[in-house]
Design a protein around this ligand. Structure first.
Ligand SMILES: Cc1ncc(COP(=O)(O)O)c(C=O)c1O
Length: 390
């Protein structure tokens, strides 16, 4: 579990005075929304799903949206919708949660990695261009840690080679591109995730935003075992999956949307306080500030420890001082499955490997108090200085 970004109970609860990594904001509105669905008797395939889709699309500035059971399910259906199939290649980032690369493998396509930008930590468009080959059928940039990927560059690259685009926006709700649209509102298929550590949670869940009604029809059918909306009960005209989001989850999502602006602002406040509290720790790299009009949708607060410091030892020392932290994220190409299946070796993507070896997610959630932030900063300062680096 050490490398899993999705927060299990141990990450969200913790001992009484331990500062947890993540904690969702859930209240009476969510409780009432769930109760209403339970009392309605329609727990799935009911009215809350299209309502959540409409509201979410509006929020992202997208014409359409498809609710799905997880971000991973969304990535899978989105890749199918842009035509990725057996033998194809999908150019993507090795610095992401493993789901973004796995989704290509579900379709017997190959994820082809390219290195990342050392500042934004997103897929580097030039490296991606160099990785495009004869078999490439799609680009899958990831808005990592909520920072907008350079979509104008990827859109130009896709247009040049006739490629599909799927944006992994699982971590990027609330982010905005410098050229205007919110992440998810450019007309490409963009996939959001609603696991418990995300900006908006439904427990588990996801959403694809998109502009093409034909793609929506296909995704809506494939998430429901391949059944078109006008087809009779248990009639299916294509292969599908059970990737549906329930009405219970959708009702929680609608309630969360009502408080989204507030929750995003609170995350922004915590990030600003962290910046102030961590200032002056030598060689500690903080998340990049917004550049040139791009706006991060704050998801996690990930720092990179100095080169001279052992990151894993830092995690253990912080835990002993009552502060949860996690390595975040490991390089996908160096995971054992990827090494074995594709023969990847260290040294292929040096920027990603350097960042992955030093990255550390600190506790980060909307209701974090100023004193909790100060305590995390103090403990980190103490740990790093005893490691001889601060
Ligand atoms: C970048 C990224 N992609 C994909 C996913 C997968 O989302 P889910 O856990 O909802 O399947 C996540 C979430 O953990 C993520 O952070």
């Amino acid at each position: 579990m050490a490398t899993q970004p999705s927060a299990p109970a141990a990450e969200t609860a913790g001992a009484a005075d331990t500062i947890p990594l993540a904690r969702p904001v859930l209240g009476e509105a969510e409780e009432l929304a769930v109760l209403e669905v339970l009392r309605s008797g329609q727990l799935s395939l009911g009215p809350r799903v299209p309502e959540f889709e409409r509201r979410f699309a509006q929020q992202a500035g997208a014409p359409l949206a498809c609710a799905v059971s997880s971000g991973t399910a969304g990535l899978h259906l989105a890749l199918r919708a842009v035509g990725v199939g057996e033998g194809d290649e999908v150019v993507t980032s090795p610095f992401s949660f493993v789901a973004s690369a796995n989704a290509a493998i579900y379709e017997r396509a190959r994820p082809v990695f390219a290195d990342i930008d050392p500042v934004t930590l997103n897929l580097d468009p030039q490296a991606a261009a160099a990785a495009v080959g004869e078999r490439t059928s799609a680009l899958l940039p990831v808005h990592i840690f909520g920072y907008p990927a350079d979509m104008p560059a990827f859109e130009a690259l896709a247009a040049k080679h006739g490629l599909g685009i799927v944006e992994d926006a699982c971590e990027a709700l609330g982010a905005v591109h410098a050229d205007g649209p919110a992440v998810g509102g450019r007309g490409n298929l963009a996939v959001f995730g609603f696991y418990a550590n995300k900006q908006l949670t439904t427990g588990e869940g996801g959403m694809i935003t998109l502009a093409d009604p034909a793609q929506k029809e296909r995704i809506d059918s494939e998430r429901n075992q391949g059944r078109a909306p006008d087809m009779g009960w248990l009639d299916h005209d294509r292969l599908g999956f059970n990737y549906r989001l329930s009405d219970i989850a959708s009702a929680i999502g609608i309630a969360q949307l009502d408080r989204l602006d507030e929750m995003l602002a609170a995350r922004g406040r915590v990030a600003s306080l962290y910046r102030e509290a961590l200032v002056g720790i030598e060689d500690l790299q903080l998340p990049c500030p917004d550049i040139g009009g791009d706006t991060r949708g704050w998801f996690v607060f990930v720092v990179q420890v100095p080169h001279a410091v052992d990151r894993d030892e830092t995690v253990r020392a912080l835990a002993a001082r009552g502060v949860q932290s996690k390595p975040y994220l490991p390089a996908i190409h160096l995971m054992s499955f990827y090494r074995e299946r594709f023969g990847h070796r260290p040294g292929e993507f040096p920027v990603c490997e350097d960042v992955a070896a030093r990255s550390l997610a600190l506790p980060f959630f909307p209701e974090m108090s100023e004193s909790q932030i100060e305590r995390v900063a103090e403990e980190l300062r103490a740990v790093l200085s005893s490691a001889g680096a601060a």
